[in-house]
Design a protein around this ligand. Sequence first.
Ligand code: ADP
Length: 499
Amino acid sequence: MARVRKGAGRPAPLRVLHVAAEWFPLVKTGGLADVVAALPAAQRAAGLDARLLLPAYPALRQALAGATEVARIGAAFGAARVALLRGTLPGSDVPTYLIDAPWLYDRPGNPYLGPDGQEWADTLQRFGLLGWTGAQLAAGGLDPDWAPAVVHAHDWHAALVPVYLAARGTAGTHARTVLTVHNLAYQGRFALERFGELGLPAWMAGPAGIEFHGTLRLLKGGLMFADRITTVSPTYAREILGPAEGHELDDVLRHRADRLTGIVNGIDDAVWNPAADPAIAAPYDATDLAGKAACKLALQRELGLAQVAGAPLLGVISRLTPQKGLDLLLSTLPQWLGAGGQVALVGSGDPALEHAWRAAAQAAPDAVGVRIGYDEALAHRVVAGSDLIGVPSRFEPCGLTQLYGLRYGSLPVVHRVGGLADTVVDADEEALREDRATGFAFAGASPEALARALRHALDGWHHPAAWKRVQRRAMAQDTSWRAPAARYAALYAEALAGP
Ligand code: ADP
């Protein structure tokens, strides 16, 4: 009798390798880390063989369980000893490759800056090695047991993966490449004289390669050579084709517009779940919001705000950079406070903005609570305890905090751009009538437009029944990774089938 092999007939799962510079929670400076942790996990849950490639920063190297050496690479990019390890990271079932290169990665600080806040002098080598290793793995040259069919590179840090693969030419089979741009403002810019450090063919030092206006621009190289380009929302995908948001690369992007798609990020619904969030004062869900009121009082207490249930509390969790538009909020603060509003802000970044927000808190300590720094647990408490989440970004590729706001019934107040436009439905009359409204959106990055949106929110706040309806609609949105993971899977299939 013929023996039936277990699983015979089922197609082998699609092998995809994500290459990135950050991983939540151990190495995170922004939303990129969340995506890099959650998307491969969601893909595995959907049946793909998704894996990760990251630099062996100390926090990751120490946390890697079951580490085995899959390749000894030797000397590369100025490091005397480079090896490729494979294991898993805590709380994750995603097989993870770490590039063990102590000379380049075993140091304090974050992926881009030293503890003194200065950029690393050898950033080019650090991410040159990341891109090169991604390409070698993709070409089947490093792990004898595994090679991806699709290699998915994230941001400029990994943008050299398609470049190194293109440098190999068409000889041999290799993976298809997808490059996701999480924020076009960051492009990996270096002096052209350093081209030699990358070991790429000479022609790539020209306009057909990674040169751009007399400098190296790693992201531009990735945009030239990736088989598919994605960014993190459909609206941002359109915006970056024009000069206003194209950050000089709009021309390059227009040439590749037929390969560009926008896919909105999800959020990790296990980490961001008001019904089971260990960081918050009381759990709640859409059917019973009593816990949310307790979260608000606890947050007001924690930040030294007046404990008034009726005062609308606007939460902000953000990097403090001009992109995020929090200077607009500072300008409208007197009106918001004058109307009885409160603000809870956790953030860090530009010293001038940090100073201005500290000063705002000092001027009105019972209405403005500010914590300068990076605090994951406090971020959860701010999302849960606030009535509104403010995201007045000048531009926003996707944005995650408005998604947290939706999930926690804290209505987003957003500038209608990028992913903010794609994820928040303004509570105008029509949307309210059709029960589609999930927040408040304004057009134009001006203090006046933001002030109007806040007045609109205040109106809503004074109509509790309507407010609750919008809250429930917001909480009913699918902000999980399921739909985006399926969209990426469809894109991979298209990349494998198409040119
Ligand atoms: P960006 O990646 O541009 O910073 P996103 O909204 O996509 O913006 O992602 C920001 C992520 O970083 C969110 O997960 C947010 O909660 C988190 N975050 C930003 N600043 C802080 C902070 N000071 N403390 C805790 N979390 C923060």
